[in-house]
Design a protein around this ligand. Structure first.
Ligand code: DQA
Length: 137
C-alpha cells in the first residue's frame, strides 16, 4: 500500500504557526510517528506553498498510488485548479484539515476539493491525518 500526504501552503510552519489552532508539533515530527506506527505502509510526504507544484505532484502520483491524503490548506477555499485535478486523477483523495473549518470564518466553509474527494476528515488536529490513513486500511 502506497499513500502520500500532500500539504499545501503554510503547513511547513506547523509547530510555530497559530499554535492555538494548529498545535505545537512540527509536521516532520508527526510524520515520523506515522511512519513508525504504519510500518506496513509506504508513506510519503510532500509539501509546497506553490499551487502549480501541488497540481504537478497530484498528477504525478494520481494514477499509481493507492491513496492521497490532501490538506490543500488555503487553496482548499480558492483553487478551482486543485479541485479539477482531484477529479482528473484515479487515485482516491481524502481531504483533511487540522482545524474544524466550519467553526471558523465563513470563507473557510467552502471547499473546491470536497466534490472530488472520497471523504473529508477535519477538526481532529494532526490526528485527522491518522484517521485518513485508517480509512485506507
Ligand atoms: C487548514 C484550514 C484552512 O482554512 C487554512 O487555510 C489552513 C489549514 C487546516 O488544516 O485546518 O492553512 O487546511
Amino acid at each position: 500500500m502506497k499513500l502520500i500526504i500532500i500539504n499545501g501552503p503554510n503547513l511547513n510552519l506547523l509547530g510555530k504557526r497559530e499554535t492555538a489552532i494548529y498545535g505545537n508539533e512540527t509536521f516532520k515530527d508527526y510524520f515520523s510517528k506515522l511512519q513508525f506506527k504504519y510500518t506496513e505502509i509506504e508513506l510519503e510526504y510532500f509539501q509546497s506553498n506553490i499551487e502549480g507544484e501541488l497540481i504537478d505532484k497530484i498528477q504525478a502520483v494520481g494514477f499509481d498510488y493507492d491513496g492521497i491524503i490532501l490538506n490543500a490548506a488555503a487553496y482548499t477555499h480558492t483553487s478551482v485548479a486543485i479541485g479539477d485535478v482531484v477529479k482528473a486523477i484515479e487515485t482516491p483523495v481524502i481531504e483533511v484539515h487540522i482545524s474544524n473549518t466550519f467553526a471558523r470564518e465563513e470563507f473557510r466553509h467552502h471547499s473546491y476539493v470536497s466534490t472530488g474527494a472520497k471523504g473529508v476528515i477535519l477538526g481532529f488536529g494532526l490526528q485527522s491525518y491518522d484517521l485518513a490513513i485508517q480509512s485506507f486500511l
